[in-house]
Design a protein around this ligand. Structure first.
Ligand code: TRP
Ligand code: MN
Length: 448
């Protein structure tokens, strides 16, 4: 294999990158980014890899969730805090109900670039570049907004830094303290059946803490109970941005934009630019695998991305669709297992289950999402491999984007608060419901 360098990806075919009108402005933005501090610290990557090695051994569970696409228009505390709060709630459900440590990773603080099926979009006879996420251009359908603008690379960095700063405070500063578990259910979630179920669980946790305290175990001072480790991830799509945020230390190169970076289903070609760039980084690497993924391709990818079989290095994220998971996943599980590989296997039950309503709104059925999760667990049980985690798109806000769930949202109800910048997300109540159901499945799997 040819030598890797931070820019060796530039000699490979690079899909899904924007065409900038002014290469000089792009270079200036890259130079500026190169001089800015890293967003994450490499020791944190090592720590996450250790946690994921435990997941790969079947000793912990990975919970990875957040927006499909973050937006520059939602810079406030609410969006970040409500998403973080729901991830905490889901984590506590899984930790308590399934008695399983949970590794928490957000699709957050950098999830700004989106792959598109077409380079252009036509409306009313006008053709403009497709919206590729806030890091590239604006969503509004006018020529000025849709022109790719290199200044957005710097805006993406600033938004990521501000978001990450808040997340670090929330994770470490008392908000995530298990003694505050009752404070995480707010607003509409509190009124929902899931909210009630969560409150019962919160009561039991509070009682357990009081019990431990009474027994002489100083729960009030135990640092494990006061804070969580929270890691960030996004799709490593915009390679100019990712290269400009590459940093070096004694151990080599790492991507300083997030702890975990993933390759999308559309940009994981073994000789493509995205695989070339990521193979040289120490970060945890995710790979999305759709129903067309071929076992031989997956093994080649693993050889390129993880030649040393390093524990906790790779997360394979299966997004097969509820109808295909039973048929498409097992051959991959077998091939990977028989090659002596032990990546983390994670289930993305969202992206293979996107459908359109009669009037063309993109949605997902809660029942399908759950069905794919079940199929994922069943496939692992049959093949003797570990169902390691869950990858989902959600927001803490009270949106109406996915159908079904205990709230029984139907097509008519979707119009009320359909706000996503890209794919339909689970709302806070649907996310909690999913966590309770997954806790049941995980429990059953662990008892087998
Ligand atoms: N630190 C532990 C953990 O992350 C326990 C914990 C503290 C926790 N706050 C939490 C677990 C919130 C889940 C959610 O597992
Ligand atoms: Mn999406």
């Amino acid at each position: 294999m040819a030598a890797w360098s931070p820019s060796s990806w530039r000699d490979r075919p690079a899909l899904q990158l924007p065409a900038y009108a002014d290469p000089g402005a792009l270079r200036a933005a890259e130079d500026r980014l190169r001089g800015l501090p890293p967003l994450i610290f490499p020791g944190e990557i090592a720590q996450l890899r250790g946690r994921l090695a435990a997941v790969a051994r079947g000793e912990a569970f990975l919970l990875q969730g957040g927006d499909c696409a973050e937006s520059f228009d939602e810079p406030g505390q609410d969006a970040v805090e409500s998403t973080f709060r729901v991830i905490l709630q889901m984590a506590v459900v899984l930790t308590y109900a399934a008695a399983c440590p949970v590794v928490k990773v957000g699709r957050i603080a950098g999830q700004f670039a989106k792959p598109r099926s077409s380079d252009t979009e036509t409306q009313g006879g006008v053709t403009l570049p497709s919206y590729r996420g806030d890091i590239v251009n604006g969503a509004a359908f006018d020529a000025a907004a849709r022109a790719p603008d290199p200044a957005r690379l710097l805006a993406a960095y600033s938004h990521s830094a501000a978001t990450l700063n808040l997340l670090r405070a929330l994770a470490q500063g008392g908000f995530a303290d298990l003694h505050a578990v009752h404070r995480w259910t707010t607003g509409f979630v509190r009124q929902s059946p899931q909210g009630e179920r969560f409150e019962e669980l919160a009561d039991r946790i509070t009682q357990s803490l009081a019990f431990m305290q009474a027994c002489g175990f100083d729960a009030a001072r135990a640092p494990q109970l006061h804070a969580v480790e929270f890691y960030t991830s996004h799709e490593a799509l915009h390679l100019h941005y990712e290269e400009a945020l590459l940093r070096r230390d004694d151990a080599g190169c790492y991507g300083a934009s997030a702890h975990m970076l993933w390759l999308g289903e559309r940009t994981r070609q073994v000789d493509g630019a995205h695989v070339e760039f990521l193979r040289g980084l120490r970060n945890v690497l995710g790979v999305k695998l759709g129903p067309k993924a071929d076992p031989a391709d997956v093994l080649r990818l693993l050889d390129v991305l993880d030649p040393g079989h390093e524990p906790g290095r790779i997360v394979l994220i299966a997004r097969m669709g509820s109808e295909q998971v039973g048929e498409r996943l097992p051959p991959l599980l077998r091939a990977v297992r028989d090659a002596g590989r032990t990546p983390v296997w994670c289930c993305d039950p969202m992206h293979g289950n996107t459908v359109a309503t009669a009037n063309g709104t993109k949605t997902r059925d809660f029942g399908r999402i759950l069905q794919e999760v079940r199929g994922f667990f069943e496939a692992h049980a049959r093949e003797g491999t570990h169902p390691g985690g869950l990858h989902f798109e959600m927001t803490g806000q009270d949106v109406t984007e996915c159908r079904g769930g205990a709230q029984a949202l139907d097509d008519a109800a979707l119009a009320a608060r359909y706000r996503t910048a890209c794919d339909p997300r689970l709302n806070g109540s649907q996310s909690l419901e999913l966590a309770f159901l997954v806790a049941d499945v995980l429990n059953a799997a662990r008892r087998r």
